[in-house]
Design a protein. Structure first.
Length: 574
């Protein structure tokens, strides 16, 4: 381990600083991953091919080292047809400046319908053509949410260039509702997030923009290993994020300035809704590349950036890091939400522990998450309870952004992914060598979407790889523990109550809390259901839901090892 850290720190000395068109990269030929020493059956079984999930991301790279080629692309797990299982949407790339003929037929976003049988057999069918979805831009990310409140989950796809809001018609098809909804952005957008900060039941939309990239701004940098390479974002001008307020029935207004979110240009790559101060209002945490992160505290109709005061703008050393994937959850069970961010090679991934009252502490090193992450560049990341022991573990998928060897090709950017088990004492241990051989394939992982794809009671993982095949990692161990799952809905027709908090009170006196959310990780959208691993517990006393507007309901004791749909108004006052 010491040798791995020394190699990574040496690479970090060549800081990725390409401002002005020249500079040195930070991603170098990293140390080899530890030799696998499996302690039992692999935690994940890679199942994309056998289930019909046939997708290869194409970044359009042709030797020009255009920065968008090495970024992207996200994925979504969402139930587009309302049949109770998670379908798959994968974002495609393509030539940044077109292929001359503007023919994108071979560069299509893809929609796969989940045809899970009652016996548990998982199979996907490509329904892209029938869905009406098309791909007009170089895809980056996707957010899933019911934008118009009709009970069907819509998609917002971010691109290099104009974004697209795809309205779900409810009959298996989608229509382009971007103009009608007034939610386009012509820049280079990466993350998008549906959330309800005002608690009115309609989902507002945050769009994170990266930088100003075009033929005029494009430049090529030099790799430390020799030859041309992709430049740092600092060679370009950051772009402002956007906030669209939902006016109802699928119509939005651009309200960035009115919401207080204007004038804070940064290289935005990640976003998550979080109640940082525990006041019941949804705040917005934004992970930025090479610029300080933003914590937009919700002041009731207007946001204020309190990241420097809260301790989450920079790391413990006072350095702004290359923020990519981000997630928020109560990993230590103390009743408030903590933050995890994935970062660049030579930096550590960062854990910000919530100390209460909206103040955070960089607890990365104490948690054991620092040194193992130094050699790798993390993108998709999340808190997930992989083994259903009730404690939230960490998953990070990795892939370099700078060339790591003399030879060309996207394979020179490949890095292993990582899994860390929560030990319950504030620290983690790495279990990557037990996650299965495919989990550590030499691929360039970017988007990661998390959810129970086969409905067996544990969290699975969908990974989108830049310039490579999508991977589907089915969890082989979580279903062995006790669990309970819930879809939490509000309104008529049913709509996922994004932002609601579910508290589960167990028979042994413990309380576990999870937030209903889809937006986190990197450029991806996730299962809106909440899944509680209960470990050895075989009883629960009560389920409490705190709705986005602050109203609370209890739903009593529920049966274990199954999913429940909990509707607002069906519970009782606590």
């Amino acid at each position: 381990m010491y040798a791995r850290v020394v190699a990574a720190v040496s690479a970090a000395a060549l800081a990725w600083n390409c401002g002005g068109g020249s500079g040195a990269p930070v991603d170098q030929a990293g140390p080899e991953p530890l030799s696998p020493e499996p302690a039992g059956p692999a935690i994940f079984e890679e199942s994309a091919a056998v289930t019909g999930l046939d997708f290869v991301h194409r970044n359009g790279a042709a030797g020009e080292h255009l920065l968008p080629e090495i970024m992207g692309a996200g994925a979504a797990l969402f139930d587009y047809d309302g049949d109770g299982d998670l379908d798959v949407f994968l974002v495609q790339g393509g030539p940044v400046f077109g292929d001359g003929g503007n023919d994108r037929s071979s560069y299509r976003d893809r929609l796969f319908r989940n045809e899970l049988t009652d016996s548990g057999q998982l199979r996907f069918a490509d329904v892209t053509e029938a869905s009406g979805l098309r791909s007009d831009g170089v895809g980056m990310g996707v957010a899933a949410g019911d934008a118009d409140g009709d009970g069907w989950v819509d998609l917002y796809v971010t691109n290099v260039g104009s974004n697209v809001l795809w309205r779900n018609r409810g009959d298996g098809t989608f229509e382009d509702a971007t103009s009608m909804a007034a939610v386009d952005d012509p820049g280079w957008s990466v993350p998008a997030l549906f959330f309800d900060p005002d608690g009115d039941g309609d989902l507002d939309l945050f769009v994170g923009n990266y930088l100003d990239f075009n033929r005029g701004t494009h430049t090529v940098c030099a790799a430390a290993v020799g030859g041309p390479d992709y430049c740092s974002p600092r060679s370009f001008t950051p772009q402002p994020d956007r906030f669209f307020r939902n006016l109802g029935k699928g119509r939005f207004e651009e309200a960035t300035e009115q919401a207080g979110l204007g004038g804070a240009d940064a290289y935005t790559l990640g976003a998550v809704a979080v109640d940082a101060g525990g006041d019941g209002r949804l705040d917005l945490y934004v992970a930025n590349d090479w610029t300080p992160n933003h914590l937009w505290l919700n002041r009731g109709g207007r946001f204020e950036n309190e990241a420097p005061i809260a301790g989450v703008a920079v790391n413990a050393g006072g350095v702004a890091e290359a923020g990519m994937g981000v997630d928020a959850a109560d990993f230590d069970g103390d009743g408030d939400e903590d933050l995890f961010l994935a970062h660049l090679t030579g930096e550590t991934n960062t854990l910000y522990r919530n100390e209460g009252r909206g103040l955070f502490r960089d607890a990365t090193l104490a948690a054991g998450l620092g040194a193992p992450s130094l050699p790798w560049t993390g993108f998709g990341a999340a808190w997930v309870d992989i083994d259903n022991d009730s404690r939230l573990d960490v998953v990070v998928v990795n892939g370099a952004v700078r060339r790591m060897s003399q030879s060309g090709g996207v394979t020179n950017f490949g890095q292993p992914n990582q899994l860390f088990r929560n030990l319950g004492d504030g620290s983690f241990e790495e279990l990557s060598d037990q996650a299965g051989a495919a989990f550590n394939d030499d691929l360039v992982s970017r988007g990661a979407a998390f959810g129970d794809i086969d409905n067996d009671g544990d969290t699975d993982l969908l990974v989108s790889n830049n310039g490579g095949p999508a991977q589907l990692f089915l969890n082989t161990i979580g279903q062995n523990g006790s669990w309970i799952g819930m879809r939490v809905v509000d309104g008529s027709p049913d709509r996922d109550a994004l932002g609601a908090v579910v508290e589960l009170r167990l028979g042994d006196g413990r309380t576990i809390a999870r937030r209903v959310r889809t937006g986190m990780s990197y450029a991806s959208s996730n299962d809106p259901r909440v899944l509680f691993g209960l470990g050895e517990s075989d009883a629960m006393d009560e389920t409490l839901i705190r709705w986005p507007d602050g109203v609370e309901e209890t739903f009593g004791s529920l049966g274990l090892r199954r999913y429940h749909t909990l509707r607002r108004g069906d519970g009782s006052s606590p």
